[in-house]
Structures are given as structure tokens and as C-alpha cells.
Design a protein around this ligand. Structure first.
Ligand code: ZN
Length: 78
């Protein structure tokens, strides 16, 4: 558990890079020219599930922000 905490303390919660890299502007600008916007469609699907759940009118206020999601796989093509 201590090793996990030590590892996580070095990983940026925003970008997932080692903080010694992404918190150092000179390091980032020497490695990357620019950023590009992309969409994580799995997160979009999870967001839609949460929005549907929260708009159901049955969610206690203290449950908001505490829900997690899973993605339901499609059956294999036959
Ligand atoms: Zn970062």
C-alpha cells in the first residue's frame, strides 16, 4: 500500500504523466509542440449513464458524485 501511495503521489491526476515532467514547463515544451483535443467516447458513454441516472429523480443528494459506471459489452458478432 505504501508503494501505491508513493507511486500515485508522483502521477499527475490531470494528465497521468509523472509530475516531474508535466509540472515542469520547460520539460513539457521540449517534449511537445502543441496539444490536440480528442474525445474519449467511453467517458462520454459513462457520462450519459450518470446523467440518465441523476435525472431519474430518485437519487439522494448525498449520492451525487459518488456513483461509478461500468460499460456493458455488446454480444460477439456471429
Ligand atoms: Zn499533468
Amino acid at each position: 500500500m505504501l508503494a501505491l501511495q508513493a507511486y500515485e503521489s508522483q502521477v499527475c491526476p490531470l494528465c497521468g504523466m509523472h509530475t516531474s515532467t508535466c509540472h515542469d514547463e520547460e520539460s513539457v515544451t521540449s517534449l511537445y509542440r502543441t496539444g490536440r483535443v480528442e474525445v474519449c467516447f467511453a467517458t462520454q458513454m459513462r457520462n450519459r449513464a450518470i446523467q440518465e441516472f441523476e435525472s431519474s429523480g430518485t437519487v439522494p443528494d448525498d449520492m451525487r458524485g459518488a456513483v461509478t459506471t461500468t460499460l456493458t459489452p455488446r454480444p460477439p458478432a456471429t
